[in-house]
Design a protein around this ligand. Sequence first.
Ligand code: ATP
Length: 476
Amino acid sequence: MTEPKNASAEAVADPNKPLKDLTDMQTMVSLCKRRGFIFQSSEIYGGINSCWDYGPLGIELKYAVKDAWWKNMTRQHDDVEGVDASILMHPRVWEASGHVENFTDPLVDCKKCKARHRADHLKPVKALEEKLGHLPSIEEMTKALEGANCPSCGSAGTLTPPRLFNMMFKTYMGPVADDANIVYLRPETAQGIFVNFRQVQETMRRKLPFGIAQIGKAFRNEITPGNFTFRTREFEQMEMQYFVTPGSDAAAFEKWKTERRAWHSSMGIRNSKLKFHEHGPNELAHYAKQACDIYYEFPIGWQEVEGIHNRSDYDLRRHTEFSGKSLQYTDEAANKFTPYVIETSVGCDRFVLAVLCDAYRANEDRVVMKFHPSLAPYKAAVFPLMKKDELVGPALKIYEDLRKTYKVDYDAAGSIGKRYRRHEEVGTPFCITIDYDGVADQTVTMRHRDTMAQERIPMARVQQYMEDAFKNWKME
Ligand code: ATP
C-alpha cells in the first residue's frame, strides 16, 4: 500500500516563515466574500451602495460577538438588565433627544462631477477649525470653501455652499404619506432605553446605580459611507446606559472606560492596536459632559469602535419635559433627582470588522485568521485522512459527538494540505485528522491553527482537550 500512514503528510508550509498583518481593506473584502463571511447586499442586481449581508461564517462570528457582549453585560455585571425596544418610536422622542434639531452633517455637492462631501471633512474647513478651536458655523464654512477645489475631480469653485442635512431616515406610519404620519428609523438604540427607564427600574425593583443594555439596529443616512462595513447606513449597536446619582458620574465613567477596554482585549484584540481617544471640549456631542472613544488601528488608520459618554441628566430631563411624565428617582433619604447616565456604545458591525482585521495574518503560502476561539465560526474541523470507509466511520463518529457542543465542520474531499489551508483561512482553532494508525490505536491528530503543531491524543479525550485548550488559550 502506497498511502501515507499519518496526518503529517501536509502540503509544504513552513511554520517558521513570518506572517504579516492586514495592510489594505480590499484584501479583507475579498477574503470575506470568498469564505462566506460577508457578501455585498443584492449582489445579483449589481449591489446597493454600502449595504452588506453576513454569510454563513460571518453570522456565526457576529452572533458570537453579540453573545459575548450580552453575557458580559447582563451576567458578569449583576446590576445590568436587558431590553429590546422597537425601531420605530413616537416622533416626539427625537425632538426630546435633540436629533430633529442637531443630528445633522454639513453637506456640499460638486456642481461638475456631482460628488458629495461632508464639508467638515474638507481641508479648508479643517484648517479653519484648527485655527478657531471649534467647528466653524455654516457661514464660516461657506466662506472657507469659496473657490476651494473638489477633492474628487479637482475643479476649483465648483462646490455648492454647505447645507445642513439631517441624517435620520424618515418614513410614514400607515397608508397616508403626510407630515402628521412621519416616523423615523432610530439613529441610535439609546433612546429605547431612556423611555423605558421607569418601567425597568420599577418592574425589576432596581436602586441606583444600575444599567440597561440593548443590542439592535440603528439607521443613519450617512453622507459618505464606506470602507466596507466600517461606515454603513444600517448597522447594529450594542449599547448600555448606566444610571447613577449625580456626583458619582465621574467615577462611573472611569470604571466603564477600564471595563470596556478590557472587554476588547478579552475578545482577542491585540493591546497594541487599541487606544483611548479623549474628546476635547469642541468635540463633545450636544448631550455629552465628558466623552472618550476606544480606537482600533484599522488598515485605514486609527478609528473609533466604541464611544463612552457621560450624558449627564440630559436625556431623562428632556424626556420628562417633553412627555410630561416624571423620570426622576427618589433615593432612600427621599431626595428626588434626575439620574445621570454613563453610556457605552459599540458598533457591532464595526467591532466585527476590527476582529476580522486583527485576526488576519498571511504570507505567500497561507492566510491564517487567528480568531480568539470563543469567536471562531468553527471550533474544529474533522477529516478522515482519505475517503476510505475505515477512516470515514470513526471520523464521522467524532464529528457527530463534537457537534453536540460546538459548531464543527466535516471535510473528506481533497488533499489534507488543502483542507488545512481552508480552515486556517476561516480561523478554525483545531483540525482533527483520523488516519490508519489512529484507527488501530484509537487516537487522532490534533493540529493547532496558530503553531501548525500536531499532537496525537486518544480519541476519547478530544472534547476535554478542546475544552481545556479554549479555557487556557493564549493570544499572541
Ligand atoms: P462616527 O464619528 O464614526 O460617525 P459617532 O461618534 O457618531 O461615530 P456614536 O453615535 O457614538 O458614533 O455611535 C456609537 C458607535 O456606533 C460608534 O463607535 C461606531 O462603532 C458605531 N457607528 C456609528 N455610526 C456608524 C455607521 N454609520 N456605521 C457603522 N457603525 C457605526
